[in-house]
Each structure stands twice: as C-alpha cells, then as structure tokens.
Design a binder for this molecule. Structure first.
Ligand code: DGJ
Length: 733
C-alpha cells in the first residue's frame, strides 16, 4: 500500500501542470528566496519581486494603479522585454520579422511547473508575440536547497521565411534601489579574476567578451550587485549571477531615468545574429542567479553548494594532490627525467602525476610551442617506451597518471595542418593569424568534432592507467570564419563553435564518466559554469606566485568552489613574476584550493623537502573540510589593510581550517586580529596551528575554546611581515 502511495506521489510530482488563464502570480521559489512574476493572459509578463521568501498574502497586483505619469504605463518592469512598444532600453530580445517589421510585442500565454526531482522545480513561462507566430519560453530551474535559480530561453517561430534574431538574452533582471554597486572581474593572462567594484550611474556598463575561446581570461561572465552600499561579506542585499557559457558573452547594466537597473545577460549579440527557419528552436545558455539578504558570503556558499552537486564532475569526491610537470620541465624532458620526477613526486606523498605539453609529434616534434600541435602520437625520441610505460611506472609508485592535450588547436608546422587546411578557422581568403604559433580548428564542423573526440579517445587509449586529462586552449579567435558553415550562416559561428565543443564534451563524458578532466585554457581562460559542468576543475591562472594567487583565488572563489580550483606550489623565484616567497607561504596559499605542485621536486632541498612532505600529508587530513566545507571570508585582500583571511567550516561544524596571510609590511608592532565565523557557538574546539615553520605563531596553540568565544573574541596573530602566514586546524573536542 505504502509503495502504491509513493509511486502515485512520484507520478504526481513528475507531472507538469499547466497553469492557464488568469492565474495571476507565478512564484519561483527556493528554500529561502522567492521570485514573483505576473501571469495574466494576453498581458505583458511583469517582474514583481525577487528576494527573501514572503509569507502571507502577496499584494503585488494591487499596486497596479500607480502608473507612470507620461504614458500611463504600469510601474512594474517587464520580466523579458523585447524591442518594441515603449521599451527604449537594452532589450532582452530584438529580432526582425520575415516581413521586415523590427518590433516584437511579447505577452504571457501560459506557464507550467514540474518537479524534476525533490530539489529542482522547473517553471516554463510561455510568451508569444501579439500578432506574429513567434514563441519564447523562459525556463527557470529553482534549486531549493542551494537557493540558485537558473534562467534560460528558447525561441521558435512559424513565420513564412527566415526570422533574423539579432539579440536574445538568457535573462533580464530589473531591480530598484537608491544605488547600485557592481563587482565584476577583469584581468589578463597571469592576472585573472581581479575584482573591481564600481557604483553604477545613469547609463550602461557592459561586461563582455568577443574572444570566443579563452573568453574568461580578460573578463568573467559573473557579477555581484550590491544594493545601496558597497558589497559586504555578511550584510546587505546582494544579487549575483554567472553565465554558463564558454563563448562570447555580454552582461549589461543599465540605470534608466526612473533609477531602475536592468541587467541583461546572455551570449554576446555582436556579429552573432541568427537566421532562424520556421519551427527551428534556438536555445540560449543558462544564467545562474542567486540572492542573499546577508551579504556576499552567502552568495559564494550558495554557488559552491550548487557547483559541487550540479556544476562540475565528481564534486562529491575528494580531488587528488597533483604534481604537474610544466614548470619543472617545460618542453625539455625525456623518459629518464620524467621517471625521476615521478619517483620524487611519489616520495612527497603526491597522488597524481601529470605529464604536461611536449610529449607528442614526430615529423614535427613538439619541442617548443611552434610545432607538432595536432599530431597526437607519442614522440618516439623523447619517450621511446610510450605513454603506457610512464603511466604504469606512476601507478607502480602508488600514484595516478594524467596527461596534457590541446585538441582544438593546430600548429601550422604539423601534419594535421597540411592534411586538413579546411578545418582551420579562417575569414575567407584573409591571413590566418597565429597566436602562440597556433591556429584554431573549426568545431562547427562535425568532422572536426569527430577529430577532437577521437584525439581524446586515442590519447586515453594509450594506457589503461590514464585517469586525468589536462585540456588546454592557448589562443582566442580572430579573423573569424568557417569553411564549413554556409555563407549566409557565418554569423552563427560564435554560437555553433561552443555547441560543437559541448557536443564533444558530451560524447567524452558518455564514454569516460570517471576520468578527471581539468579545464586549463592558458590558465583562467575557461573559468565558467558552461564548461565546468563536464570537468572536475579548472586551472585558475598560469600565475603560481602565491601573492597574486591570493587575489586570483579570492575573485575566483566568490563563485567557484575550492575543490575545483587547482592551486599549485611552484619554485622560487617565481617563473611568472620573479618574486621570492617563502615555501610555507606558498603552501599556505595553495592548500586553500585543490593542492598541487608545479616544480621539479629534486629542487627542494634540506628543510624545504621535509616541510613540503609534511604539508602534503597535512593537506590530506584537512582536505575534506577545504573541498566540501563552507567558505567564510574574514578579511578581503582588497580591504587595503594588508591582510587576507578566510576559513572553511565542515557542514557538520566539527572541523574548520583557518587561513591568515600578511600581504604587506605592517611594521614591528602591528598585529592581526580577527573573529572567526561559521562555527557552532555551543561546541568546544581545539585550535592547532599547522604548517608550522620553526615555531608556532599562534601563542595559544593547542588550547580549547568555545565556538562562541572564537566567533566573538577571535584570535590574535603576530603576522606583520610580508608573507607571514598562519593556518589553524579547528577540531571539535
Ligand atoms: C598553458 C597552460 O596554462 C600551462 O599550464 C601549460 O600547460 C602550457 N600551456 C603548456 O603549453
């Protein structure tokens, strides 16, 4: 009987129900938040509210009499404005109809809701043009526990001919406050995810990429919007979003004459209009959104929880400690040097060895970045016994083995470039411009998709012991064009390239669900949720300098979890910056992400060797808290006071790990003091300093404190010199 009821309950919950005529409110809810839209048939879809859940009656429809003076229009903004009628601002949708008419007038038709599972409720709101057969579906997925709402859009039509879609956003978010503070993330190679906060004034602020590949290196399609005050960690209303898309994007923030802010997010319409045949469906990527009335700390925790469950691969499994060969060997290695590196890595307790660039190409050997890319056969001179020999050797030392590929790219000096010139992205007869001596393969072409899939497949098939792939992509797209796409569809390239890439990722994940894959892309080039979904982690930057990493990881971890943030200890002086930083500080920074190493282990000598081996062992003990715990930030590196500090707290609040870094010289007498966060006030915790160099800096090392004490009285640390740091392990007693 019980079984029949549960089957019935499942059938009912899986069924969608259509809410038709005159049902006036559409409520999209998570455990703590609520978004409310209007739902009146043949009326515009209005956006009433998004914020903390409201209990009791919702009086939004009664506000309707408050009209705009000039036009008599409603006060409420549209939830998905199209170009036409009186919408003068940046529209979510702009298209040209088959008869040449430039305007669109979308009205509510119906909506339906269904439980995808016990945590995800999907709401589809169907809009249609008042007089043309153009249909737009807004699809919202509300992730209950994580308080994330994703929005995506589908469009189709039944006009007689080709509809020209010039601009179609994934989401539009209208907000109203006295002032708006936008935090966004910009940078360049080795300096990614630098956070900038600015107050928005009347007009438009745009964050975008037109680079196609490595699109997140200079800007990221993520934003934080704080109402009425600059962003605070634990207070204030914050709206945040991150577009799950690996190509060109555009987020625009427009403050209009009424003081309202409209945020339009989606793929970049620049040079990207779509010719849509009747009945064809065009799908836009998901914009992931969250709201917090208690500051940005909660925003990060929402995204991290969501990402571990839905936004990445293997987010529920501990990620291994890696030694990657790049900075330790570059292109200059052979079998003997690599096996020596593997042996030394094993002695440290490292769990995975990754062979980076330089292992392939025979006619055009890959001894530098100028040749061989595209020819994915092992270089017989460097590695005469092949990859399986190295992989087996690695496994025999108790580690896993991984290998580097860059399958979307090709050097002009390669067998592939000579064989398939038509596969290369090119703008008609113009020069194909090289970047890092390489060209890009045209993933709009299904044959190229097959090649990229086969490359992955063949590389992995070299040894049953390959468990990790580092997927690189070291250039962006210029002189765009495709020899595959027809001439009237060249503007589809930007979108189709990414869809081609996703098709390949899908096939790979179907065949290799267990393999770990890193999104590298020059470091920082694909830090976004469109690609991360298929990957285990990303390489946040090629800059391994610990001081810079504090800033890069701060920005990155506002949205993306530490378990996905590859963070490697490299040698000193640092190869990117020349800066010399103590090994302890380098470990203390790297251990706050997915720890790894990026050096020649034999270069660590004396005390350094011992320190590193101990730190690797320590990381294994604190890893569950770092990789699965809740992130609380105490001091931002941008605070200007010369310190940075944050901590991870296990979900059951039995364990926490605290990090504090001095990033400036504070003089002899200044000291750092901070209150801890996220602990259970009623528990007692032993606080032990870990990664100690010479002597503990925490003078109360090993003492037991109540959670309440640690969160109210805090800790005092004498870390005043640049590159002083302390890591504390906090364990329930
Ligand atoms: C760029 C990556 O970010 C590096 O880690 C390394 O893999 C090189 N490419 C190899 O060419």
């Amino acid at each position: 009987m019980k079984k029949i009821f549960s089957i019935l309950a499942f059938i009912l919950s899986a069924c969608s129900f259509v809410v038709g005529q005159n049902s006036s409110l559409i409520k999209i809810q998570t455990d703590e938040t609520m978004m409310v839209l209007s739902g009146a048939t043949n009326q515009k879809l209005e956006f009433y509210y998004w914020g903390d859940k409201i209990s009791g009656k919702l009086n939004f429809t009664e506000r309707k009499q408050k009209n705009q003076p000039d036009t008599n229009d409603e006060m409420f903004p549209q939830a998905y404005p199209s170009y036409g009628e009186r919408f003068y601002l940046t529209p979510a949708l702009k298209l040209t109809h088959v008869d040449g008419v430039l305007t669109t007038d979308l009205i509510y038709d119906k909506h339906s809701m269904r439980n995808i599972d016990s945590n995800i409720v999907e709401t589809t709101v169907s809009l249609k043009d008042k007089i043309y057969p153009v249909y737009v579906d807004l699809i919202f997925k509300a992730y209950q526990k994580e308080n994330i709402i994703s929005q995506s859009v589908k469009i189709r039509h039944e006009e007689k001919g080709i509809l020209n879609v010039e601009n179609i956003a994934s989401s539009y978010l209208p907000l109203h406050a006295k002032s708006y503070y936008l935090t966004h993330f910009s940078g360049t190679w080795a300096h990614e995810m630098q956070a900038t906060e600015e107050k928005l004034n009347r007009g438009i602020k745009v964050i975008e990429s037109k680079k196609g590949v490595r699109a997140t290196q200079a800007e990221n399609p993520s934003f934080i919007l704080s109402l009425d005050t600059p962003m605070q960690e634990d207070a204030g209303e914050i709206y945040a979003g991150s577009l799950a898309w690996s190509g060109n994007y555009k987020l625009s923030f427009e403050v209009d004459e009424t003081g309202r802010l409209g945020i339009t997010s989606g793929i970049n319409p620049f040079a990207s209009n779509f010719k849509l045949n009747a009945k064809e469906v065009l799908d836009m990527p998901e914009m992931l959104l969250t709201y917090s009335s208690n500051g940005v700390g909660k925003v990060s925790r929402n995204f991290h929880d969501w990402a571990r469950k839905y936004g990445m691969q293997h987010g529920d499994k501990e990620h291994p400690i890696i030694l990657n060969s790049w900075e330790g060997a570059y292109f200059d290695f052979n079998e003997a040097t690599i096996t020596e590196m593997i042996d030394n890595a094993a002695k440290f307790g490292v769990e995975m060895f990754v062979l980076d660039d330089g292992w392939f190409g025979n006619k055009f050997p890959r001894n530098g970045d100028n040749a061989g890319l595209g020819d994915w056969q092992v270089n017989n001179t460097k590695l005469p016994n092949g990859i399986d020999y190295l992989a087996k050797h690695t496994v025999s030392k108790g580690m896993q083995f991984g290998i580097w590929i860059e399958p979307e790219m090709v050097n002009p000096d390669s067998e592939l470039a000579h064989k398939h010139p038509e596969w290369i992205v090119q703008s008609g007869k113009r020069d194909i411009l090289p970047m890092r001596n390489q060209w890009l393969l045209d993933l709009t072409n299904p044959k190229v998709q097959d090649f990229v899939f086969d490359t992955f497949d063949e590389v992995v098939s070299q040894s049953p012991h390959i468990s990790y792939i580092k997927w690189d992509a070291n250039r962006h797209i210029d002189n765009v064009g495709s020899a595959y796409l027809p001439k009237d569809k060249q503007s589809h390239f930007w979108y189709e390239y990414v869809q081609g890439l996703y098709k390949v990722y899908e096939r790979i994940r179907q065949k290799y669900p267990d393999i770990q894959i890193q999104l590298c892309s020059s470091g920082g080039g694909r830090v976004e949720y469109g690609a991360l979904k298929y990957h285990d982690e990303f390489w946040a930057s090629d800059n391994t300098n610990a001081l810079d990493r504090i800033f890069i990881q701060y920005g990155t971890n506002l949205f993306f979890p530490s378990i996905a943030t590859g963070s490697h200890v490299s040698t000193s002086p640092n190869h990117q910056t020349g800066m010399m930083i103590p090994l302890k500080f380098r470990f203390d920074v790297a251990m706050s992400g997915r720890l790894g190493m990026e050096l020649q282990p034999k270069d660590l000598i004396g005390d350094e060797y011992e320190f590193a081996a101990k730190a690797v062992a320590t990381y294994k003990a604190i890893r569950p808290t770092i990789q699965f715990g809740d992130l609380y930030r105490m001091v931002s590196p941008y605070s200007g006071n010369g310190w940075a500090s944050h901590m991870y707290v296990a979900k059951d609040k039995k364990e926490a790990v605290f990090f504090a870094y001095s990033i400036e010289n504070h003089g002899r007498t200044e000291y750092f003091e901070t209150k801890l966060k996220g602990l259970d006030p009623n528990k007692n915790y032993k606080v032990t300093e870990i990664n100690i160099q010479d002597y503990p800096k925490f003078t109360e090392n090993g003492n037991v404190f109540s959670g309440d004490y640690l969160m109210k009285a805090g800790v005092i640390l004498p870390i005043g010199n640049p590159f002083d740091s302390v890591v504390l392990q906090i364990t329930e007693q």
